[in-house]
Design a protein around this ligand. Structure first.
Ligand code: SF4
Length: 360
């Protein structure tokens, strides 16, 4: 399939992915009962912490990093983030009551030893083992990482092999399946990200569900196509909210205990309550250092309330923290703390400015 044929294929598929209001309401009413019987009526923000902005694969057709130069393994890169910046962000998230969903970024940029070094420090900030969303890794690498991570995952994109391998030619589904099998052998927490809008159809819910069972997946993150400039998807319309909520509801019905996360879609914040009513446990992609206390944060609170969910963490009011004292409490040497402090102060200042803007 070339790009033109593929775009035609998507257009046909997209026509078949309509979900009517009554179909959605029917699915939500079942999903809601299952959610209530199995989960707390809360909702969490899970921040994805990026540790780099480059990728050694760099050819997945939907991804922003596919429009950037490919990272060459072993070279120094300015697209690597400093540990002090990552740790400062993690500290501010903790203070604000925001969870760390996982560390992530482009693939094959840091060595396993470098990631272990980072995880050791991050785990001390969070006082728990953090997840990583970077797969696939070889079994030997997973064993090495296992003592330091709370679980591992990868963007799977789609379990439709032909579709997947067209979209991600250098990250074939077979290697991702092997990765999930190794995680299963190691009895680790498994996270997958499915991206809707890449050409799947409604029936693919069954395919995803079979694989959740097959690999004993603990967390599914549903992301929705965000068409990127200079990619084949540039002109492909993103899925609508009914379709997104239908996926959440069907996964909730089929997997009562599964943790379901959704990536927020800024343009569709007014319908977030549908995703929550359909059984999502949490959300990612809230731009906390841009949107804190702004219109989107207010909508977030309203939508959670509409869905009868208690939103955990601060989104519109800023607690008063002594950042210097908080950094001083971290279990690191004086040199590292001295590097973390100005970064943490910068993050906190950003939140202060947004809070001030909101009150003026
Ligand atoms: S491997 Fe991940 S980061 Fe790299 S191009 Fe593909 S989707 Fe983007």
């Amino acid at each position: 399939m070339n790009n033109e044929e593929y775009l035609e294929f998507i257009k046909v598929r997209n026509k078949n992915r309509t979900v009517t209001d009554s179909e959605l309401q029917d699915a939500i009413s079942k999903a809601k009962l299952i959610f209530e019987a199995n989960h707390k009526p809360t909702v969490h923000f899970e921040r994805s912490i990026f540790i780099n902005w480059t990728c050694a694969i760099a050819d997945c057709k939907y991804c922003y990093l596919s429009t950037k130069p490919k990272h060459k393994a072993g070279t120094q890169s300015t697209a690597l983030r400093s540990h002090e910046s990552i740790l400062a962000e993690a500290l501010i998230c903790k203070l604000m009551g925001w969870k760390i969903g996982y560390i992530t970024g482009g693939l094959r940029v840091e060595s396993v030893d470098q990631i272990i070094e980072l995880l050791k420090k991050l785990n001390q900030v969070n006082q728990k083992k953090n997840l990583m969303n970077f797969g696939p890794y070889a079994h030997s690498e997973i064993k090495k990482l296992k003592p330091f991570t709370g679980g591992m995952g990868s963007a799977i994109e789609s379990f439709d092999e032909e579709l997947h391998d067209f979209i991600c030619p250098s990250k074939p589904l077979v290697t991702l399946r092997k990765f999930l099998t190794h995680l299963q052998t190691e009895e680790m927490h498994k996270l997958i990200t499915i991206i809707l809008g890449l050409g799947e159809n409604r029936d693919d819910i069954n395919l995803v569900s079979e694989n959740i069972t097959k690999y004993d997946i603990n967390t599914v993150q549903l992301c929705f196509l965000k068409p990127q400039a200079d990619t084949v998807f540039e002109t492909v319309p993103a899925p609508d909210m009914n379709y997104m909520a239908y996926w959440v509801a069907q996964l909730r019905i089929k997997h009562p205990k599964l943790k379901i996360k959704v990536a927020l879609v800024k343009e569709r914040m007014d319908d977030l309550h549908l995703l929550l009513e359909a059984g999502a446990n949490g959300f990612s992609r809230f731009l906390c250092f841009k949107e804190f206390a702004q219109e989107q944060a207010c909508t977030l609170e309203i939508e959670c309330e509409k869905a009868n969910r208690q939103l955990v963490g601060n989104f519109t009011s800023l607690p008063n923290f002594d950042i210097e004292a908080e950094v001083a409490k971290l279990p690191f040497d004086a040199e590292l703390k001295a590097k973390i402090l100005p970064k943490a102060e910068q993050y906190y200042l950003k939140l202060k400015k947004l809070a001030k803007k909101a009150s003026s």
